[in-house]
Design a protein around this ligand. Structure first.
Ligand SMILES: [Zn+2]
Ligand SMILES: [Zn+2]
Length: 140
């Protein structure tokens, strides 16, 4: 899943940085409504580590408790960073895309498919552009 080493991550604005060490325990791609709202994205990728493997190296994240779970985010730029479920104390779930190298942590499953947006399954059929998509055409 990943080599045994230190993986750095942080938020968009750079105010918060962290490191996680060791092997990831699990990776998953979550379609639940809570992850969608918290991330502003159609789904959230997660990488699970043991809680003692995490170290904040810059700044202090803000936390929000919702549905008895704690989500950590940057109080300046709002980037989601981490998730802790007190019912599952053996895991700290890192927002995979807050890691500097999310490409090293591909999801191995998708969860909460019951909540998945119906258009997620047809993304592969959409036109693709290497960078910005063309601007919308004005109506004539
Ligand atoms: Zn930030
Ligand atoms: Zn979720």
């Amino acid at each position: 899943m990943s080599e045994d080493s230190i993986h750095a991550g942080g938020c968009l604005c750079g105010a918060i940085r962290y490191e996680v060490s060791g092997l990831a325990l699990q990776t998953s791609f979550c379609h639940c409504e809570d992850c969608r709202k918290a991330s502003g994205a159609p789904a959230a990728a997660w990488t699970f580590f043991p809680p003692d493997s995490l170290r904040w190296t810059k700044g202090a994240p803000r936390k929000v408790c919702f549905a008895e779970r704690i989500r950590f985010f940057c109080g300046d730029c709002g980037s989601p960073l981490l998730f802790v479920d007190p019912a599952l104390p053996e895991f700290t779930e890192v927002n995979t895309c807050s890691l500097d190298h999310p490409e090293n942590f591909p999801p191995v499953d998708q969860c909460w498919m019951a909540d998945a947006l119906p258009w997620m399954s047809s993304l592969g059929e959409l036109p693709r552009f290497d960078s910005t998509s063309p601007p919308p055409q004005p109506e004539r």
